[in-house]
Ligand binder design. Structure first.
Ligand code: SF4
Length: 151
């Protein structure tokens, strides 16, 4: 049975920077949960960041992760990404369902680093690391594609 690494906020855990969640209510996700396929985790929390925390974006020039207050949080973001990868490898997970647009979990687009709500094509730190290591990353917008692939 294929397992899926899923962003903890999509499971309903209050781990986002603002202390809230983004719980998915799709039937297929509930079914996957019942089947025991879902392994949840929040990369930013795994990297040691608190809840709530300052919002952060990837600077489009330096590629560093910077909070709205100018703090460089690239290291905890990278640490969390590595811990998420370690978890996937330990559980032999080949698929991930990650929250779109997050500087950690975004797989198709991210905010542009100017905190202006403008999005650009790009990947978050965790989505990029998982993809580089052969894990196929999907988002809440591509659940149906994921559902076609898992066995
Ligand atoms: Fe959700 Fe990922 Fe952000 Fe954690 S890092 S709150 S799992 S989008």
């Amino acid at each position: 049975m294929d397992k899926i690494f899923i962003s903890a906020c999509l499971l309903g855990e209050n781990v986002r920077y603002d202390g809230k969640h983004q719980k998915l209510s799709e039937k297929i996700v509930l079914q996957w949960r019942k089947e025991g396929r879902l392994v949840g985790g929040c990369p930013e929390c795994l990297g040691g960041l608190p809840v709530p925390r300052d919002p952060a974006e990837i600077d489009s020039n330096s590629k560093q992760v910077i909070t709205v207050n100018g703090e460089n949080v690239t290291l905890p973001f990278m640490t969390g990404a590595q811990k998420a990868l370690d978890l996937c490898e330990k559980e032999n997970i080949k698929f991930a369902l990650l929250k779109e647009s997050s500087p950690s979990c975004g797989s198709n687009n991210i905010y542009d680093g100017s905190f202006s709500t403008r999005k650009i094509t790009g990947e978050g730190v965790t989505a990029a690391l998982l993809t580089r290591n052969g894990i196929r990353v999907f988002s809440e917008n591509t659940i149906n594609e994921l559902a076609q692939l898992i066995r």
